[in-house]
Structure formats: structure tokens, C-alpha cells
Design a protein around this ligand. Structure first.
Ligand code: FAD
Ligand code: UDP
Length: 366
């Protein structure tokens, strides 16, 4: 046997596992179908600015152990995510907080804001939300739903808010303080020098083969390894035998502009339905850059088909049930372990992915 572990995918999950396994003296090879490592957290320098090639990535966690772990591979700046929403020429602070309510209704105190929202919630009278629209109306009322949620969400997911699960917007509750920090976690920041260097360090002692799609080359690897860690889509591994799981894809349009500052913030969301993109990222603001030029990326949501990157899983009841069928098959698959965002069909942030990879390493490598 040439390798103890064949790891499919050089993203965060595969790389943390490979690093831990190599540390224990295991022989690992990582196969990656893209031409670079780091999966969706890949960053590259353009005009001396770290560009997040696959969408904005802000590291945030309340998990002490994960924070300590990631800090051994990079130091983090003190960036705090404070996105702004643009709706028909009006700008609102996110997440929904006193700044948002003040702009929306002119209210000044938490009591005034609460009274306004309660009045709107009572007007729609929803006790048990059955879908995202009802959940939003029940949490923040009509005005915020119409201006800041409906259009954005329908673009992002390609479905009516009535067809989407309520769970998607549990991340966006109302907050009655003048605080624009999007996340509630204890730790947050952007790695100085970008994310790719973290993966380079994780994989420093591991053999990597880029541009290799394992699913097209299974035969060539047969019999050469003990176990597989598979971080690609679980349905693709089984050749979609129960049908396709649903994903959302994205199209990124990136351009360099001959100006120092385009929009004054790292992230601006475009919440009206008529604008085809969901957000514009101005990368330099993640690292407080003062370069003479700037790089911006527009993010366009799109339907997924087999030739597209599956960026988001769609965890509604149909897909969760289908995933359970694949998961049962995965458990029965000898010497193959599925992990990461696609292998476990979960909307995982980076900290959850690290925690899951470390848990797997602890279980596998004791
Ligand atoms: P991936 O990064 O997808 O890595 C899997 C790798 O496997 C890929 O490189 C893929 O090419 C490769 N692969 C797949 N199939 C095969 C095959 N057959 N053969 C060989 N290679 C294969 N998280 C946060 O914490 N904060 C954020 O702000 C944040 N923003 C995000 C924004 C966007 C637009 C997206 C899409 C995600 C965001 N995330 C964020 C989530 C974050 O990207 C993930 O948690 C993390 O990248 C998952 O790592 P992974 O290794 O599971 O998956
Ligand atoms: N969302 C919204 N308006 C916004 C931003 C987000 O309605 O301005 C909703 C939308 O349904 C989205 C969800 O909140 O899918 C989560 O958005 P977030 O930006 O937190 O997640 P990401 O897309 O970065 O994973």
C-alpha cells in the first residue's frame, strides 16, 4: 500500500485532516480537481490586494480550540464584518439593528423600535411560521422583510420565499443596540496574508496532485491506499444513483478599478430583486488597504447543473431526506469517510469545518 489516506479535495476539511494525519506519520496524498489548493477559501494577490476568488470569507468563531488552532497558521487582523444593504437608493446597516431601524422609521430608542416591529408583527399575525416568508414576517415585520430580505433571498436561492425553509434566516435576527457587527462570535478577523498560505502550511509535508478529478480516475488509484477521505459532493461519489441533491451556484465578475476607493465598505448587499447580483465585495477593505487601485467582485447567484461549482447546499426537506439516503449508503461504503461542506451536505462555516476535521482526526488517528 502506497498511502494510508487518499484525500479527495484540497479545501479546508481535507487539508486539516491531511495535516493531522501527516503529523502522526501517516502517508497521505491529496487529489484536487482544481488547479490550485484551498478550495473555496482560495485567495490570490491582485494589485497587492488579497482577492477572495470564491466570495467573501470572514473567519468568525466562538470555539476557543478552533481559534487557537487556526492562529498557529496565520495571524488575524481585527476586521469586523459590517455589511450594508442597498435598496432603491437607500442604504441600511446590517445586521438588523438600531441603526437600521432609525433609518427605516426614524425611531431612536430600543423601546420605540420594539413597538414598531411588534405592531408590524401583530398586523401579519403569524404564530407558527411554515416557510421563510412567514418566519421573516414573524421576526422583523413587513418593512424589513420587503426591503431587505425578500428580493435578496429570492435571488440568492432562485425560489419564492414561500417555498424556502424558515431555517435560512435564523442567522438574521433583530438586535436592539447600535451595533453593526454582523456576527455574534467571540473571535473574528481576516488572516494577514490571505487564506491560501494557511492551506500551504497545512499541506507542507503532504503530496498534492492538482488537476485530478478522483471520480474520473478511480481505477488508477485502486489498491494504492488504505482509506479515502472524500470532501466532494456525496451524490457525485455515488454517481447520482438516487438522483441529484440540489445546490446553488454562483458566477463571480471581478474587475480592477483605477480608483482608490469604490464603495467605502468591504461588503454591500443589493437587496432589490431587479439588480441581478446579490453583493459587491471590495476586497481591500478586508485588510484596511490603501493601494492606489481597487478590486471589486460582483456575485451573481445561478442555478446549479453538473458542470457548475456547487457553492451552496439547499437544505430543505426534500434534499435532507435525499441526503439521508446517500448518508446510509456512505456508512456502508467500506474504507471511505465523507466530510466537509459537500461530503456532509451541510451549510458549514469555516470554523465548523475545522472542528469536524479535527474530530475526525482524533477518532481516526488515536
Ligand atoms: P471546499 O472548499 O469546497 O473544498 C472541497 C474541494 O474538493 C474543492 O477544492 C473541490 O475542487 C475538491 N473536489 C471536489 N470533488 C473532487 C473530485 N472528484 N476530485 C478531486 N477534487 C475534488 N465560511 C465562513 O466561515 N465565513 C464566511 O464568510 C464564508 N463565506 C462564504 C461565502 C461563499 C460564497 C461560500 C460558497 C462559502 C462561504 N463560507 C464561509 C464557507 C466556507 O467556504 C466553507 O466552510 C469551507 O470552504 C469548506 O471547506 P471544504 O473543505 O469542506 O470544502
Ligand atoms: N439575507 C437577506 N438579506 C441580506 C443578507 C442576507 O435576506 O441582505 C438572507 C438570505 O436569505 C441569505 C441568508 O440571509 O441566504 C444568509 O446570508 P449570509 O450573508 O449571512 O450568508 P452567506 O451567503 O454569506 O453564506
Amino acid at each position: 500500500m502506497e498511502y494510508d489516506y487518499l484525500i479527495v479535495g484540497a479545501g479546508l476539511f481535507g487539508s486539516v485532516f491531511a495535516h493531522e494525519a501527516a503529523k502522526q506519520g501517516k502517508r497521505c496524498v491529496v487529489l484536487e480537481k482544481r488547479t490550485h489548493i484551498a478550495g473555496n477559501i482560495y485567495t490570490e494577490k491582485v494589485e497587492d490586494i488579497q482577492v477572495h476568488r470564491y466570495g467573501a470569507h470572514i473567519f468568525h468563531t466562538s470555539d476557543e480550540r478552533v481559534w487557537e488552532y487556526i492562529n498557529t497558521f496565520a495571524s488575524f487582523n481585527n476586521y469586523i464584518n459590517s455589511p450594508i444593504a442597498f435598496y432603491k437608493n437607500e442604504m441600511y446597516n446590517l445586521p438588523f439593528n438600531m441603526n437600521t431601524f432609525n433609518k427605516m422609521w426614524g425611531v431612536r430608542t430600543p423601546a420605540e423600535a420594539q413597538a414598531k416591529i411588534t405592531q408590524q408583527i401583530q398586523a401579519v399575525g403569524i404564530a407558527e411560521p411554515q416557510n421563510l416568508e412567514e418566519q421573516a414576517l414573524r421576526l422583523v415585520g413587513q418593512d424589513i422583510y420587503e426591503k431587505l430580505i425578500k428580493g435578496y433571498t429570492e435571488k440568492q436561492w432562485g425560489k419564492s420565499c414561500r417555498e424556502l425553509p424558515a431555517s435560512i434566516i435564523q442567522r438574521l435576527p433583530a438586535r436592539y443596540t447600535y451595533n453593526n457587527n454582523y456576527f455574534r462570535d467571540s473571535y473574528q478577523g481576516i488572516p494577514v496574508g490571505g487564506y491560501t498560505q494557511i492551506i500551504e502550511k497545512l499541506l507542507a509535508d503532504v503530496r498534492i496532485e492538482l488537476g485530478v478529478d478522483y471520480l474520473k480516475e478511480r481505477d488508477a488509484w485502486k489498491g494504492r491506499f488504505g482509506k479515502i477521505i472524500f470532501t466532494g459532493p456525496i451524490d457525485a461519489y455515488f454517481d447520482y444513483c438516487y438522483g441529484e441533491l440540489e445546490y446553488r451556484s454562483l458566477h463571480f465578475e471581478t474587475e480592477t478599478l483605477e480608483m482608490e476607493n469604490f464603495q467605502g465598505n468591504a461588503v454591500i448587499n443589493y437587496t432589490e430583486r431587479e439588480v441581478p447580483y446579490t453583493r459587491i465585495i471590495e476586497h481591500k477593505h478586508f485588510e484596511f488597504g490603501t493601494q492606489p487601485k481597487t478590486v471589486v467582485t460582483r456575485e451573481y447567484p445561478k442555478d446549479w447543473s453538473r458542470n457548475d461549482e456547487p457553492y451552496y447546499t439547499v437544505n430543505d426537506s426534500r434534499n435532507v431526506a435525499l441526503y439521508e439516503k446517500y448518508r446510509a449508503k456512505a456508512v456502508a461504503e467500506k474504507n471511505v469517510i465523507f466530510g466537509g461542506r459537500l461530503g456532509s451536505y451541510q451549510y458549514y462555516d469555516m470554523d465548523k469545518v475545522i472542528a469536524a476535521a479535527l474530530a475526525l482526526a482524533a477518532q481516526e488517528l488515536h
